[in-house]
Design a protein around this ligand. Structure first.
Ligand SMILES: CC(=O)N[C@@H]([C@@H](O)[C@H](O)[C@H](O)CO)[C@@H](O)CC(=O)C(=O)O
Length: 315
């Protein structure tokens, strides 16, 4: 293990609760597009019943950038109220300003979340020194553990291994949720962090590859549409059944390609999949596009694909 992280020795146990399948929680709206408490709770119940390890609340899949501070606080509250003590809760608190991010962080800490996470600053291209300061101010605002969120394709900022190492010098930094596409990035972050740091696979299309390259767990935006398949893929990896893991990943990828190929945005399509499963969490907020009339029939086919894969691998 790299010398500078020896102070974290013994922290593997503390990380146990983050291992497994952690769906990125979706924004739950009423029919007018407002945050819905009962629908948020319905999604909590659904995920609890699926026995996932935890939830990542208020991230990309949570449409956080389309919500104001009060709405984001409300969602964090509804989820905590319903799931606290029942699964691991991670609050994504990244916001355009440090001030808002810190406010959200303090709110999540007051609600008893297990950890915080944040994207880097968005819109302006800032130097590493500013990104470091941004994350550090969030980390310093509460006693909670912190998970860095690296998602270059949406933020335009790529976390380097040297900034990762610098952040890890703070014992509250427990790892990174890596959504960049190269699985080598996962391998590099794991190499820098060692066993006492947790690396989450971000791209669901590469869940199996990411796990094999060193990711300890996964946080993903499509898990909610097919939690059974990701739980099973994870189990195959734990059992060393790599051929089976490869096969299930291939079917998951067929489903993801279908989810992103309709007129509606992927999240609108996933929400309609859930709706047809009896979990109505509304649609998406503009500028994300809702589903079209033509999508309706196509979604039946996607549900059929998911059911077929569950029957093949999980029953
Ligand atoms: C770029 C992006 O949105 N990546 C997603 C993936 O789960 C992604 O939706 C999936 O791999 C399908 O492309 C996650 O990494 C994001 C995520 O977990 C979140 O914060 O909601």
């Amino acid at each position: 293990m790299p010398k500078q992280y020896e102070h974290q020795e013994g922290s593997s146990l503390r990380l146990e609760k983050f291992h497994g399948i952690i769906p990125a929680f979706y924004a739950c709206y009423d029919d007018q597009g407002n945050i819905s408490e009962p629908r948020t709770k319905a999604l909590c119940d659904y995920l609890l019943e699926k026995k996932v390890q935890g939830v990542y609340v208020g991230g990309s899949s949570g449409e956080c950038i389309y919500q104001n501070l009060d709405e984001r606080k409300a969602i964090l509250g509804y989820v905590a109220e319903h799931l606290k003590g029942k699964m691991t809760l991670i609050a994504h608190v990244g916001a355009p300003s440090t001030r808002d991010s810190v406010e959200l962080a303090k709110h999540a800490a007051s609600l008893g979340y297990d950890a915080l996470s944040a994207i880097p600053p968005i819109y302006f291209k800032l130097p590493d020194s500013a990104v470091y300061k941004y994350w550090s101010e969030i980390i310093d605002a509460t006693p909670l553990d912190f998970i860095i969120y690296n998602i270059p394709q949406t933020t335009g900022y790529t976390l380097t291994t040297s900034l990762f190492a610098k952040l890890l010098a703070n014992p509250k930094v427990i790892g990174v949720k890596n959504s960049s596409m190269p699985t080598m990035d996962i391998e590099r972050f794991k190499k820098v962090g060692g066993d006492n740091v947790i690396v989450f696979n971000g791209p669901d299309e590469q869940f199996v590859a990411g796990r094999i390259m060193g990711a300890d767990a996964g946080i993903g935006g499509t898990y909610g549409a097919m939690p059974e398949l990701f739980l099973q893929a994870n189990q195959f990896i734990q059992q060393g059944k790599f051929e089976e893991a490869k096969l299930i990943q291939s079917e998951i990828n067929d489903i993801i390609i279908a989810l992103v190929s309709l007129d509606g945005s992927m999240y609108a399509v996933i929400k309609e999949v859930l709706n047809r499963r009896g979990v109505n969490i509304g649609s998406v907020r503009g500028p994300l596009e809702g589903i079209s009339n033509e999508d309706a029939g196509r979604i039946d086919k996607i549900i059929h694909m998911i059911d077929k894969s569950i029957a093949r691998f999980c029953e």
